[in-house]
Design a protein around this ligand. Structure first.
Ligand code: SDX
Length: 376
């Protein structure tokens, strides 16, 4: 029995449940999805294949992968009512608010998906397939780009870039984004995944669980750090100013976004892979400015605070070089993590237990009730 008097703030190091989906070795800096090391998956797999792995617990055969890809293409289109709703939202709406609202609305047009306990791989596939279209529908209107088309010829990563940029990405750009999607697909009981599981544990439905997760990911301590990393680089400007700007922030006890992690006590293995992709994409664009700045920031933060980079340090540099606007970085994170969120919801349903921790009460007790008229 856990000692009910010891409070673990932020549930730090509390083991809340058993899962087969993802293992993080914070000491060794290892990340494993259903038994496969993220380094192998980033080198050889695709996001479509990783989504299959997270849901089914095994890598697909060629036929199974083709079937999933075909299914994703079928499930990309929005109900016209949702497309109309997105078009009526304020053009300056926060894209994470737009995404959360759209997923909630979508549920109302998906037969049976709002019933208690409604959760299926079909719903998981639908949400994973449709999030890029929701983002594209919203961004194309505000950027005054032509309306989105189905484009069944494009893979998930290529379609996501087409949806946002209205152009066919190069092979290198598609591969870079596919690796980013693989790296962001799952991460054990991070705050947004935990939020999804808490919602599912009440026998609420899959779409409500994903709505909870999107709202949670919006928080800057979880999602959005990569957007702030790019703001920091703009503030620093040139490599020779890195030392001065970063040390001033650290002395003011400011957090340097993209560093530190609740679980990793060494370098986040995703940062290792993204650092290389930031270099490759930068080289292909003839612009290593972001990469050089980030390498310099890394050295100062590690020397001054002993902190290591996390997944957010280099991802913004990759996205920026792909032409993706900063306020779409976290929605992009969501369009990948929805595969992990839905895998965890399905796992929660397999062995459901209402998630309900307790609090240590430190307030007053036995106060006498005083009628309203007699209160000072
Ligand atoms: C993600 O959980 C997941 O798996 C999340 C994620 C996923 O894939 O889902 O990995 C994605 O959220 C990555 C993290 C993105 N966020 C940031 O980069 C924001 C900046 N990072 C920090 O806010 C922080 O490192 C956290 C929130 C990520 C983790 O914080 P903890 O575990 O609560 O650590 P802490 O706040 O107790 O800090 C411990 C010490 C403190 O120093 P002291 O006050 O004790 O002297 O480390 C310092 C902190 O000040 N510290 C930092 C820092 N992070 C921690 N100092 C400067 N800059 C930082 N980034």
């Amino acid at each position: 029995m856990v000692d009910p008097t010891t409070v673990q703030r932020g549930l730090e190091s509390v083991v809340a449940l058993e899962s087969r989906i993802c293992f993080i070795d914070g000491k060794e800096g290892r990340l494993i999805y259903q038994g496969y090391d993220i380094r192998d998956l980033a080198a050889s797999s695709t996001f479509d294949e990783v989504a299959y792995l997270l849901w089914y617990g095994r890598l697909p055969t060629a036929t199974q992968l083709d079937d999933l890809r075909h299914r994703f293409r079928e499930l990309r289109t929005l109900p016209p009512e949702l497309a109309a709703q997105i078009d009526q939202l304020p053009a300056d709406a926060n894209p994470m608010d737009m995404l959360r609202t759209s997923v909630s609305t979508l549920a109302l047009f998906e037969p049976g998906e709002t019933k208690p306990g409604a959760s299926s791989i079909g719903g998981a596939q639908r949400l994973t397939a449709v999030l890029p279209t929701i983002l594209g529908q919203f961004h194309r209107r505000r950027a005054k780009l032509p309306p989105i088309a189905a484009r069944p010829d494009l893979s998930s990563a290529a379609y996501l870039l087409y949806a946002l940029l209205d152009r066919e990405p190069t092979e290198l750009e598609t591969r870079a984004l596919d690796v980013c999607l693989i790296l962001h697909a799952d991460h054990e009981l991070n705050a947004s995944t935990f939020a999804a599981r808490v919602t599912a544990s009440t026998l609420s439905d899959l779409y409500s669980s994903i709505t909870s997760a999107i709202g949670t990911l919006k928080g800057p301590l979880h999602g959005g750090a990569n957007e702030r990393v790019m703001e920091l680089l703009d503030e620093i400007g040139t490599v020779d100013r890195v030392e001065e700007v970063v040390k001033a922030k650290l002395s003011a006890h400011e957090r340097i976004m993209g560093f530190g992690h609740r679980v990793y006590k060494v370098e986040d293995p995703r940062a290792t892979i993204l650092r290389e992709w930031a270099r490759r994409i930068g080289e292909s664009k003839g612009n290593l400015r972001y990469y050089d700045l980030l390498r310099a920031v890394e050295q100062v933060v590690h020397r001054e605070k002993g902190l290591y980079p996390n997944v957010d340090l280099y991802s913004g540099a990759v996205y920026t070089q792909l032409g993706i606007p900063p306020d779409l970085f976290t929605p992009l994170f969501a369009s990948s993590r929805v595969s992990g969120w839905t895998a965890h919801v399905l796992e929660e349903y397999e062995d459901l237990r209402l998630i309900r921790p307790t609090a240590k009460y430190v307030g007053a007790t036995d106060l006498a009730y005083v009628p309203t008229g007699q209160r000072g």
